[in-house]
Design a protein around this ligand. Structure first.
Ligand code: FE2
Length: 298
């Protein structure tokens, strides 16, 4: 791979931006596959499921995001809607192809075009260059960040949601399918924060009750210790791959523009000498044990 410098960049900053990772054809295939999936999706079946990021105020009481539909989505393809896209009665305020926040969390296993990418030789090559011994796909999703209504994802570390001991065994892949800019909600990172252990954890509630299936322990990274001025924008052209260390502090802003910001993202865990937390909301299932990246041919 020509971009071998990404390893140094990743080790230094906790993230790395690799332009031109995908061809125009690969991007078109994924966009067209998702367009078909959304076309076939009946919003009446799914639009009650609104996505609120866990650290957004009152998220757990507002939405029902963390209901059974969410908790059992790890081996399925399910649709989570933008809050501003859905009226009280469940009908949509926007066309359905602009209403969904994310589709996940087994997209890269269940849908052939997305599987082909997650298990491609070039993804495996990135893993090998970063020294991953036994990477396994734990989650995969399509992020829409639709025009005007695409909501921000506040300051967080991915280890909050997918905790692994040690946390550096978690690696995120984020692939731009549209031009991602500061106007439509590109990623922002705090370089060098990959050594900060997760400040909070989002886990299964050990004493679950309806509407309380998850618990958030701790707080988002402190703004005094990690002031917003430390953020660096990571704009990305279509086909750019962004690698995300499990601990690096990052966020995205609202999409207030009239342009979508679609992305395909997935996470792998290197299971070599690592313990995937049984407390994580997402657990392997009988239907879908976390598939081993190096053993599956695309
Ligand atoms: Fe993230």
């Amino acid at each position: 791979m020509a971009q071998a410098n990404f390893v140094q960049e990743f080790n230094k900053n906790g993230y790395a931006v690799i332009p031109n990772f995908l061809s125009a054809q690969e991007i078109a295939e994924m966009k067209s596959a998702m367009s078909r999936i959304i076309n076939e999706m009946d919003p009446k079946e799914h639009s009650r499921h609104i996505f609120h990021h866990p650290d957004q105020e009152n998220s757990q009481t507002k939405s029902g995001s963390y209901d059974d539909y969410f908790m059992t989505s790890g081996d399925k393809l399910r649709f989570f809607f933008e809050p501003k896209a859905v009226k009280e009665d469940g009908s949509l305020t926007v066309p359905k192809d602009r209403s969904v926040s994310r589709a996940g969390y087994a997209l890269g296993w269940l849908e052939p075009v997305f599987k082909k990418m997650a298990f491609s030789d070039k993804i495996k090559d990135v893993c090998r260059q970063l020294g991953l011994v036994d990477p396994r796909l734990v989650q995969s999703m399509y992020l829409f960040k639709n025009p005007i209504i695409g909501q921000k994802v506040a300051t967080h570390q991915d280890s909050t949601f997918l905790y692994v001991d040690p946390p550096e065994k978690l690696l995120g892949f984020w692939i731009a399918l549209d031009e991602a800019t500061e106007e439509n909600g590109c990623l922002h990172f705090m370089p060098g924060t990959q050594n900060v252990p997760p400040t909070c954890r989002f886990v299964r509630n050990p004493n679950p009750s309806p509407g309380n299936l998850t618990v958030t322990r701790g707080d988002a990274p402190d703004e005094v210790q990690f002031p917003p001025e430390r953020y660096r924008a990571a704009p990305a052209s279509p086909g750019t791959l962004v690698l995300i260390h499990g601990n690096v502090i990052h966020k995205t802003e609202d999409n207030t523009s009239d342009k979508p910001r679609h992305a395909y993202t997935f996470h792998v865990v290197d299971f070599e000498k690592a313990q995937y937390s049984p407390e994580n909301w997402l657990q392997p299932s009988e239907a879908l044990p976390f598939p081993k990246l190096y053993e599956v041919q695309a």
